[in-house]
Ligand binder design. Structure first.
Ligand SMILES: [Zn+2]
Length: 199
């Protein structure tokens, strides 16, 4: 009798774990609400991108997300910034180990204000930090592309990929860290795009 009880208890436990992981995947990895342009919008490149020599890396990072879903395409503007266009920058940071940042904004009647990841966004801003990327032993052209693709992922309402038992579980640029970009969009990242924006 006792052994059956142990087996049943462990089955129940396993089912609870599977259920928890399943629901966490579908609720916690993309941000709620829409953004201006939905998945189809324009990114303005600040002159710092060309100045630091990262134009090609930003283009490759946009391409990582483009051409997967008919609902998702980020175009590029290197001219003057227009309202509702996302803003992309390269800078240096005093904050140790900070390699990238995404921030989200809503326009007000006089300006714009920083809002949370769970709010509606009029536009986003992303910055990658040159000094901290170069200070990393993982610094490479492909790691820079991954870092940018990660921040662009946030502008598409992608959250961080879930970790299990403290380890990265999915192949995804939405894992935290600084490592080479995948040669093509991973299954996980494509599924998350479909989940958020459609096919
Ligand atoms: Zn992130």
């Amino acid at each position: 009798m006792h052994i059956f009880k142990v087996i049943i208890n462990s089955l129940v436990f396993t089912m609870v774990i599977v259920f928890m992981f399943h629901t966490s995947k579908t609720t916690a990895t993309t941000f709620p609400e829409d953004r201006n342009g939905l998945g189809t919008h324009t990114a303005w490149y600040d002159s710092s991108i060309a100045a630091y020599g990262y134009t090609y890396h930003f283009d490759a990072a946009r391409t990582y997300w483009n051409y997967n879903s008919s609902k998702v395409h980020i175009s590029k503007n290197t001219g003057s910034h227009k309202k509702y266009q996302d803003r992309y920058y390269v800078a240096n940071s005093e904050v140790k180990d900070l390699i990238g940042l995404a921030a989200y904004y809503q326009y007000t009647w006089f300006s714009s204000e920083n809002v949370g990841s769970n709010d509606y966004w009029d536009y986003c801003e992303i910055v990658i930090y040159e000094n901290n990327m170069r200070a990393s032993s993982n610094y490479s052209s492909n790691a820079v592309k991954m870092n940018i693709a990660h921040e662009i992922g946030h502008t598409l309402k992608m959250g961080h990929a879930p970790m299990y038992y403290g380890a990265n579980y999915y192949d995804s640029v939405m894992n935290k860290g600084f490592y080479p970009i995948y040669s093509s969009t991973t299954d996980y990242d494509r599924q998350e795009l479909y989940f958020k924006w459609g096919y």
